[in-house]
Design a protein around this ligand. Structure first.
Ligand SMILES: Cc1ncc(COP(=O)(O)O)c(C=O)c1O
Length: 364
């Protein structure tokens, strides 16, 4: 299915990004921009100038981009609690937080929990990560390996979220998640803000490869936080960039919401794109999705798999959530390139958000 919003073409976003975020990320161990790989065969296939894929398979040594949002959100939460300015060093925040006994509570189906656990350990603190009953043992081990306590909930991801939030209220700690509800917006907004580093890197890298910024950003969507960050950046910094978003057919809460014009929860089915398996768009993301998405498509697991294989044959190893962008781009182009404002000069960036899952990196 494909949804188009012609009004998004001229819509610009007024939100500004905190200039402290990129310098903060640069202070974290092992910071480096992730690669932006050119895909000349795909550019030829689609008849455009450049297709580039942002490869988030190794971000601070973790197999997804999530640590960008988790690190900034955890840091800001603690800094605010301690009334420390958002420009303080991580070492200063760690020192000030040392005697407070803060702990961090979150829920995850994989990458997010591992990222929060990593950040908690950088602050010398403990994370408690609530996970759904159905989670691979190896995934739990990877989260525990970051020093976190892993608590298996007798239920699904939503049950894990509720449990983490409940327990956090009884302890001197913080509930940190990337999902936003009407009553919980500040921390998810910091998560989204943290993703701005990825967008800034894309701008710089695209300019150096293609001589200018992207004409189209293709973003996978679960609850919409990453898409919110992409829209906030690209509809602000270069308002001529169009945004194409992609979600699984079996978890198409954004498609349902766009079609109804309001947040519309759905019941999700199974998908191999685990990170995109979300039944409700995030409360704070919704206005950005509604106004800033130019084109939205849903894809099947098979289409994501074909795209993952195509990328692998080109030497780019990206998991199903990231490969979904190539599948979505191909689908949108089949419907008509003019719908996404593409011509032979266009520069397209795909957000390849995760490493392949499998023996080494089996994270959802
Ligand atoms: C690998 C991967 N890509 C993309 C997304 C989509 O992010 P969002 O939920 O912010 O839309 C997720 C979310 O968990 C993810 O894990």
């Amino acid at each position: 299915m494909m949804y188009t919003n012609p009004l998004a073409r001229n819509w610009t976003c007024s939100s500004t990004i905190d200039p402290a975020i990129l310098p903060f990320h640069k202070t974290l161990p092992n910071y480096g921009p992730t690669p932006l790989h050119p895909l000349p065969q795909i550019a030829r296939e689609l008849g455009v100038a450049n297709v580039l894929v942002k490869d988030e398979s190794h971000r601070f040594g973790l197999p997804a981009y999530k640590i960008l949002g988790a690190s900034w959100a955890v840091y800001r939460t603690v800094a605010e609690e301690l009334c420390i300015p958002a420009t303080a060093s991580l070492a200063d925040v760690r020192k000030a937080a040392q005697d407070k006994g803060y702990e961090y509570y979150t829920a995850t189906d994989g990458n997010w929990g591992r990222a929060v656990a990593r950040m908690a350990s950088m602050l010398g603190a403990k994370a408690h990560v609530y996970v759904p009953k159905v989670m691979l043992e190896s995934t739990k081990n990877k989260i525990a390996h970051e020093g976190a306590e892993v608590i298996v909930v007798d239920g699904d991801y939503d049950d894990a979220v509720m449990e983490a939030e409940k327990v956090s209220k009884e302890k001197p700690g913080f509930f940190i998640t990337d999902m936003a509800w009407e009553w919980y917006t500040k921390i998810p907004q910091w998560v989204v803000d943290g993703y701005s580093t990825l967008m800034v890197e894309i701008d710089e890298q695209t300019r150096s490869i293609a001589g200018r910024g992207p004409d189209l950003i293709v973003c996978p969507v679960g609850c919409g936080s990453l898409a919110q960050a992409a829209i906030a950046h690209f509809k602000h910094a270069s308002p001529s960039a169009a945004v194409l978003t992609v979600e699984p057919e079996t978890a198409a809460c954004v498609m349902a919401s766009l079609e109804n014009g309001c947040i519309t929860p759905i019941t999700t089915g199974d998908t191999t794109m685990c990170g995109l398996c979300c039944g409700t768009p995030a409360f704070i993301a919704w206005p950005y999705l509604r106004d800033g998405i130019d084109v939205h498509v849903t894809i099947t697991d098979e289409e994501a798999k074909v795209a993952e294989n195509t990328l692998r044959e080109m030497g780019v190893h990206i998991g199903p959530c990231g490969a979904a962008t190539l599948a979505g781009l191909r689908k949108a182009c089949r419907e008509g390139k003019e719908e996404i404002y593409l011509d032979h000069n266009s520069v397209i960036v795909l957000l390849g958000t995760e490493a392949p899952r499998g023996a080494a990196l089996d994270m959802a």
